[in-house]
Design a binder for this molecule. Structure first.
Ligand code: 4AD
Ligand code: MG
Length: 430
């Protein structure tokens, strides 16, 4: 019977065959312990000299790390293993012998590991992080599908900027200038006017010269957009969504969280509603905390966000930022035109901003004014303004950065480990 490591608990006391790689091994005179992986999980295979053929035992003893095989044996319960099961090996059929695998069980520097990312992905820790990433994606689709959203895919090649013009990747589109998408938002607004509630999930690009543990050049964003939803209603959707994702990861990634030694007590507390503080209040809080030189009107950096987050166990919404430091499309607060109806959601434990969202301007004249103030031109000018011309409605949306969310839930401190092949300031390889 051919099966996988993750399915093997269904075959207790039965003999099965698994296609696997050798992650690590240890042996003494009459017994060899093989750490096996097959992509679905990790299991220990025990080869006892007297219970297997001489050929199988010699193979087990001499096989190199990352060699591939079909391995056959009986699945038994084992309380000492984190997985709970092991295989009593009776036969090994070698598929391919690996030689001098560069990533050995000893310590390696980060740059070395990043250069070998194509192999590093096989390791237990990277495997756990990617499984958590996958669960965040899966539960995202579940949440939005269950709540009546339609998945809409915005284009990646665009003729205009969505989030300011300084961080655009330029490319040629035959004879025209084009850019890689910084955000699908403008297109999602069009989609919301056609489908009511929509969400996207796709890659976005920022030619940002930032070299921090929170910045990638290419990252993945989930962007919901809702017609007839105001700013406060949008915050409620955001906290429901984030709580759902956190609880899904806790429920479905127990093994991965334990491999990563994540403190799950902190995650268990994450439940809507989340606290909200205004930008004004955040400035006061920062001054109290000794950030003397921060002035009203300045944007927050990572140290500011971390200091504010320290006051809360839940993620915290910082709302109503000054219009000047936010994007052109955000709706001014009707009671106070110097601030806009927006919020950034700051994760606890120093993981920073995971969501940026806002209510959008729905008035045609005001939108034209903002376009001009921001010196924006380009093809979006026409079509985006037309959304305000034909049945304009109040609408809101937000973008959740997948990699920062993976970093937070996995407890890894740099986003380079949260995406299979990170694009960083100095890295396009592998
Ligand atoms: O705050 P941002 O720039 O918002 C937008 O792009 C809006 N158009 C979204 C919308 O309303 N539809 O980005 C949203 C999120 C951030 O909160 C952050 O989590 C993530 O995307 N993000 C990055 N993640 C990794 N590397 C970068 N360089 C990122 N820039 C933003
Ligand atoms: Mg932002």
């Amino acid at each position: 019977m051919k099966t996988t490591i993750s399915q093997s608990p269904q075959f207790i006391e039965q003999t099965v065959t698994i296609g696997a790689w050798l992650a690590n091994k240890r042996s003494s005179g009459k017994i060899a312990f093989l750490q096996l992986r097959d992509g679905t999980g990790f299991i220990q295979g025990v080869v006892v000299k007297n219970d297997a053929s001489e050929e199988t035992f010699q193979l087990a003893k001499n096989m190199n790390q990352e060699s591939s095989m079909y391995i056959t044996g009986k699945i038994v319960e084992d309380n000492r293993s984190p997985f709970g099961y092991e295989m009593q090996v009776s036969n090994i059929e070698l598929i391919h012998e690996a030689n001098d695998y560069p990533i050995t069980p000893k310590e390696h520097g980060t740059e070395f590991l990043m250069d070998h990312r194509h192999l590093w992905l096989r390791s237990k820790r990277q495997h756990a992080v990617m499984k958590i990433r996958n669960e965040i994606i899966r539960s995202t689709y579940q949440f939005f599908n269950d709540n009546g959203y339609v998945k809409i895919d915005p284009p990646i090649l665009t003729g205009s900027s969505a989030e300011g013009t300084t961080e655009l990747f330029h490319t040629k589109y035959f004879d025209e200038e084009a850019y890689l998408s910084q955000s699908g938002q403008l297109y999602m607004e069009a989609a919301a006017m056609a489908f009511g509630k929509v969400f996207s999930f796709g890659p976005t690009f920022r030619a940002e010269k930032s070299k921090t543990r929170r910045h990638l050049i290419e990252f993945w964003m989930i962007e919901p957009e809702m017609a007839f939803v105001d700013h406060n209603e949008s915050l409620e959707i955001q906290e429901q969504y984030v709580s759902f994702v956190v609880q899904s990861v806790l429920e479905n990634c127990k093994l991965e969280l334990s491999v990563l030694e994540r403190d799950t007590a902190k995650l268990e507390k994450i439940k809507a509603p989340f606290p909200r503080i205004s930008y004004d209040h955040a400035i006061e809080l920062l001054k109290e905390k000794g950030f003397d030189d921060i002035e009203w009107g300045e944007d927050f950096g990572a140290p500011h966000e971390t200091a504010i987050a320290e006051n809360f166990e839940q993620p915290v919404f910082i709302t109503n930022y000054p219009a000047e430091i936010k994007a052109f499309y955000m709706k001014p607060d009707p009671d106070r035109s110097d601030v806009v109806l927006c919020a950034d959601l700051i994760a606890p434990e120093g993981y920073g901003e995971i969501i940026g969202g806002s209510q959008r301007i729905d008035d045609l004249e005001l939108m034209k004014e903002r376009y001009e103030q921001h010196g924006l031109t380009g093809e979006a000018y026409e079509w985006y303004l037309e959304l305000r011309k034909y049945g304009s409605v109040p609408h809101s949306g937000f973008g959740l950065g997948l990699e920062r969310t993976v970093a937070w839930l996995s407890g890894v401190d740099h986003v380079r480990e949260t995406i299979p092949f990170p694009r960083l300031l100095n890295r396009l390889y592998p």
